[in-house]
Design a protein around this ligand. Structure first.
Ligand code: ATP
Length: 459
């Protein structure tokens, strides 16, 4: 019997640490709050998640192109994008215990989600907190500073002096790297609008309340896709990207009931429409990705601030215009967390034993197969099979312990197939292939393994 609701954040964190998926950052120095290091298994899973996204949104997407822009950008970029002036969160400090919180989070938690703080001004939030005597989650007292806005960008300086003109920022999102390269990409690919630019890369935010494992961190990776289109076609493309974003999650194996659309109640002043896809994490429904119709705000602002023309000239109609942008943005780490939660299962087996099994889609699993010699004296043949398959896929090899224990270890990291080499293998070149989910076994010729595994990985 399977129990996929058994996933708690603690269980996921512990499994990740024990099985080399994710470790606390700088652990031997006592850690560094809310930073995490991906281990040997985790880095494979995360790379596979990113590869799957790239496959769907670049490789298989007509007229989409990738870039890998610099993390450090000219500071004018962040003035044009509005980040220096308004990429802020409303922070409040508890005067009693000095803990710091986001006022919007305090209200959301206090009202159990019934009040949407996004539509409240800072004054209205202060009034709510005073009126409802919202207590400090840390010490339980009610003695708050007024709200102060806090810019989430990490600052640093370039060069040997730290004068203010040398101030630069670690990018808080990858999107601007796509906007500033709009014409470079268009010219060099000879793309016609509509077309897309995609990027996967690190972003940094000095979050006031990071936490919940890799859900909200100060350093994370984003996967962003900007679709440049003509005004008038934008609404249709916005709807299309809402669908595509959902389909991508479904093809990774997410259950439809664990996902929902959530329209934004309050839109940024430049946005025409915006919606999130939320996932039912063990901590409740939370944003997994965003889809935004950003109008032609970004390119217009870059035109204004850089003095460079951002017009697109339609080669057929000779029309000149600044394209609209439909943005689709998802955190690679947040998606990784959702993939972990979705895959987690505790199964009670016949005889009362339990096993933890991660039902990753084979495309996402760290190792596609584990090669297990039944006995140590079969290791030569087993290593030969492993070598052959590792030319095509990530493979793991294990000869330590009983076969049952080895199966369990692979179940916990979600390896879809365990390939056992036994004495029959030496006679007729066949192996047993055990399926992680059903635990059933089939006998197969070694020559058929690669095609069999490859087929299972299709998304
Ligand atoms: P949130 O409301 O959770 O702070 P956001 O609306 O600010 O997120 P966006 O700026 O739209 O998020 O970023 C796009 C995506 O990047 C989010 O949907 C999320 O998957 C991811 N993301 C944003 N901030 C973080 C973070 N601090 N840690 C991990 N992932 C993040």
């Amino acid at each position: 019997m399977s129990d996929k609701t058994a996933a708690t954040m603690d269980k996921i964190v512990n499994l990740c640490k024990a099985r080399g998926i994710i470790f606390p950052g700088s652990e031997i120095y006592g850690g560094m709050g809310n930073t995490w290091d991906y281990g040997p298994v985790g880095v494979e899973i995360k790379n596979n998640v990113k590869r799957a996204w790239w496959k769907k949104f670049v490789q298989e997407s007509d007229n989409s192109f990738g870039v890998d822009a610099a993390i450090l950008m000219n500071s004018r970029v962040w003035e044009a994008s509005g980040h220096t002036s308004s990429f802020t969160d409303p922070k409040m400090d508890c005067k009693e215990c000095k803990a710091r919180f986001r006022a919007d989070n305090l209200i959301e938690n206090h009202s159990k989600g019934k009040v949407n703080p996004d539509v409240l001004s800072n004054e209205e939030m202060e009034a709510y907190i005073a009126e409802h005597k919202v207590a400090c989650p840390n010490c339980g007292k009610h003695n708050w500073t007024p709200i102060r806005t806090f810019n989430l960008m990490f600052e640093t300086s370039r060069g040997v002096t730290d004068e203010s003109q040398n101030k630069i920022y670690l990018r808080p999102e990858t999107a601007q790297g796509e906007f500033v390269n709009f014409l470079n990409v268009q010219r060099t690919t000879r793309a016609k609008v509509p077309f897309g630019i995609a990027q996967i890369g690190k972003a940094f935010r000095n979050e006031i309340t990071p936490g919940n494992f890799i859900f909200r961190t100060i350093e994370f990776e984003q996967m962003e896709h900007q679709w440049f289109c003509k005004e008038g076609t934008d609404t249709e493309f916005y709807e299309e990207y809402k669908k595509k974003a959902l389909e991508f999650l479904l093809c990774l194996g997410f259950e439809r009931e664990h996902l929902r659309y959530k329209d934004h109640d309050k839109l940024a002043h430049y946005a025409k429409s915006a919606c999130d896809i939320q996932y039912l994490f063990p901590i409740g429904w939370q944003e997994l990705n965003g889809i935004h119709n950003r109008t032609n705000y970004d390119l217009s602002r870059h035109q204004e601030f850089s003095g460079r023309n951002m017009f697109y000239l339609d080669p057929v109609t000779n029309e000149k215009y600044i394209p609209y942008v439909v943005e689709y943005s998802i955190g690679a780490d947040r998606l990784m967390l959702a993939v972990l939660c979705e895959a987690y299962d505790e199964e009670t087996l016949e005889g009362g034993d339990t096993r933890v099994v991660m039902h990753f889609h084979p495309a996402v699993a760290a190792y596609k197969a584990a090669i297990l010699p039944l006995q140590k004296n079969l290791s030569e043949k087993a290593k030969e099979v492993a070598k052959q398959l590792s030319k095509k896929f990530m493979i793991t090899y294990d000869e330590a312990g009983s076969i049952g224990k080895r199966y369990r270890r692979q179940d916990e990291i979600g390896t879809p197939y365990c390939i056992t080499i036994d004495f029959e293998t030496l006679d007729n070149n066949t192996v047993t292939v055990r399926d992680r989910d059903t635990m059933s076994q089939i006998r197969m010729d070694i020559g058929e393994l690669a095609a069999f595994i490859e087929k299972s990985m299709e998304i």
